[in-house]
Design a protein around this ligand. Structure first.
Ligand code: AMP
Length: 632
């Protein structure tokens, strides 16, 4: 680490309160914090205690005086061929209308609102409207199936759900409404009201007394004036579910003031994006990157955010660069998988547009392999490629180059250095001692976690403690569940997860979740799912199934049909994003003598590697079956 970044980081750790008091000046407060940090009940950290603020005020109202006519949100859908531009003034109007609608539906401060939406501007109005009135939003990615949605409904118990008739993917409608109906039927505690945006893409039935129409209500409420609630900095702003080791997703709970400060500071120090500049993040609002860097980060910063619905390759693979050129984006945020998709296209598409306005392309969510990083760096000419590492839990980068602090060189394959605020440590996985330079360790952070990170698991403090703070015996230290090394210069390299989480095209999935979904298929006796390296998506899930009745797979056609049926079960239970790339059939799974599945061995074999230490394997023929299944 060079001197300026190192000094900045050191101060953030050694003088936490002083450092974060300064950062707090990047946002507006209704009342200043009385105390910067309350860490009296570790590892729970309460930032900016007593301070009053509002995310929507900082993202919208605050800019009205100086940037009212500036573009706040540019909505582009290459699916519906729509484009809409909202100035800060117009965004303010739309968000107030949405806020008035939510209030008319009975939403009060502290209530939850579930947002299950495609990438449309109304989804962002909905999130900001919730923040405005102090409701806690929980955005569920549109690709999740009804049972997953129902599980999130029951955990968050929203009073209102906001959805739409359909999303669009690659020219095809993806209807949502029947999933909303099904999820409400499956849920124990369904929302009282469902607010529906009719995009005119798919037919929608209406449930009397529950379903209400956005267009009608917007007409009534446009022009409404709804003030921002004065939220305590420590009040929760949202819940975002993420996968872990167990089947049940965890509701990551974010605060208000700490999150606003963390994002404002990151726009300055990490993204180095100036107010008034254009920020183009290609993620989806269903993921944490979308929350932080489509919605809140750029808007809090007074930048213009581009909201894009569509593929990176339609109408042609130059579409993103044409957007960059047209709107003069200075900063872009995307995923390594998207870069790999573009790498497969004709290189001419990379140079058709003048992208000299683009200073930096940030990539995160999964490992950025060196060939892809080099390729996109060359293909884009001037723009710097910044690998940054973080998690749903943290809400903003844990590791990144921080060009707003100092212009440091990057190393391919590394997300650079620890970001200010994160006191990172690497522990040996069996001795639990800190490891030296270039040695592999479990990546942990000494609490208090900096502002913006999860406060707790929604409704379950015990789960928060048990999940995140028990990896290193005797120390209440936050575990990222990733392995990493750090070189002599302070650059980190991420080596993959320590748990059963896999990363498919930047989407985090628990192998247990997929196994549970497969078990819904009535003929499945036992199943193991592992993540296997994939050239495009980083990893894909692969399933090994033991069936109860072997008759269906006695012929090649039967095997194919059973494989398809199992894949369809996953689509229905979890969503197509979790569908295994293949389902192999075996009559037993490799286990240790104590009955634990040998996932690492299965994964190694599937990736063509050695199966590793097998001294505890109960029955060697199980592994032979895996080998021959893979050969087939
Ligand atoms: P999510 O919570 O969905 O953002 O997933 C977080 C996980 O994605 C991390 O724990 C890592 O395993 C992985 N990840 C995120 N960013 C990177 C990166 N830049 N390099 C390597 N892995 C990453």
């Amino acid at each position: 680490m060079t001197s300026t970044v190192a000094a900045f980081h050191k101060r953030s750790i050694e003088d936490k309160e002083g450092f974060w008091a300064e950062q707090a000046q990047h946002i507006e407060w209704f009342a200043p914090p009385e105390k910067i940090l309350d860490f009296s009940n570790p590892p729970f950290a309460r930032w900016y205690v007593g301070g009053k603020t509002n995310l929507c005020h900082n993202a919208v109202d605050r800019h009205l005086a100086t940037r009212g006519d500036q573009k706040a949100l540019v909505y582009i859908s290459t699916e519906t061929k729509q484009e809409r531009i909202y100035s800060y003034k117009e965004l303010h109007q739309e968000v107030q209308a949405m806020a008035a609608i939510l209030k008319s539906l009975g939403v009060k401060r502290g209530d939850r609102v579930l947002v299950y939406m495609p990438m449309i501007a109304e989804a962002i109005f909905a999130m900001l409207a919730c923040a405005r009135i102090g409701a806690i939003h929980s955005v569920v990615f549109g690709g999740f199936a009804a049972p997953s949605l129902a599980a999130r409904i029951d955990d968050a118990t929203p009073v209102v759900m906001i959805s739409a008739d359909a999303g669009m993917r690659n020219g095809k409608e993806v209807p949502y409404k029947h999933l909303v109906d099904e999820a409400c039927r499956l849920a124990q505690k369904p929302p009282a009201k469902v607010l529906l945006i009719n995009r005119g893409l798919a037919a929608m039935s209406r449930v009397d007394g529950r379903d209400v129409d956005y267009t009608e209500l917007r007409k009534q409420h446009l022009g409404a004036s709804v003030p921002c609630e004065q939220m305590l900095a420590t009040d929760p702003s949202y819940i975002l579910y993420t996968s872990g080791t167990t089947g049940k997703p965890k509701g990551v709970q974010r605060d208000t003031g700490g999150y606003a400060v963390a994002l404002a500071a990151s726009m300055k120090h990490i993204f180095d994006c100036k107010p008034g500049e254009v920020f183009f993040c290609t993620s989806d609002i269903g993921w944490v990157v979308g929350h932080s860097y489509i919605v809140y980060g750029p808007l809090i910063n007074g930048s213009t955010t581009i909201v894009y619905e569509g593929m990176p390759t339609v109408p042609d693979p130059a579409v993103w660069w044409s957007i960059v050129e047209r709107f003069q984006a200075s900063t872009m945020f995307s995923s390594p998988t998207a870069a790999r998709v573009l790498k497969k296209q004709d290189p001419k598409y990379m140079t058709q547009h003048n992208t000299s306005c683009l200073r930096r392309l940030f990539l995160a969510g999964e490992p950025l392999d060196e060939p892809t990083a080099k390729w996109i760096s060359d293909a884009l000419g001037g723009a710097r490629i910044i690998d940054n590492y973080w998690q749903t839990e943290t809400g903003w980068p844990i590791m990144s180059a921080q060009h707003g602090v100092e212009d440091t060189p990057t190393k391919f394959g590394s997300p650079s250095f620890a970001v200010y605020g994160y006191d990172l440590r690497l522990y040996h996985e069996s001795t639990f001692e800190e490891v030296g330079a270039d040695e592999k360790g479990m990546l942990c952070a000494v609490p208090p976690l900096p502002p913006g990170c999860l406060q707790t698991v929604w409704g379950d403090d015990e789960r928060f403690l048990k999940t995140y703070f028990t990896a290193i015996p005797g120390k209440k230290i936050y575990s990222t569940f990733d392995y990493a090394t750090r070189d002599q210069d302070g650059y980190y390299f991420i080596l993959g997860r320590t748990d059963d989480v896999i990363n498919v095209a930047g989407h985090r999935l628990g192998t247990r979740e997929i196994e549970e979904a497969i078990q819904v298929h009535t003929n499945v006796a036992e199943v193991a799912v592992v993540g296997v390296a994939d050239a495009l998506k980083g990893q894909v899930p692969l399933a090994f199934c033991v069936l109860k009745n072997l008759d269906p797979i006695k012929s090649a056609e039967g095997r194919m049909a059973e494989e398809k049926a199992i894949m369809a079960t996953v689509d229905k239970e979890l969503g197509a994003i979790a569908r295994p790339s293949r389902v192999h059939f075996v009559t037993m799974l490799p286990k240790t003598r104590s009955g634990k599945l040998l996932r690492r061995s299965m994964q190694a074999l599937a990736e063509g590697r050695d199966s590793g230490d097998l001294t505890t394997l109960e029955d060697p023929t199980a592994l032979e079956q895996i080998k021959s299944a893979l050969k087939s």
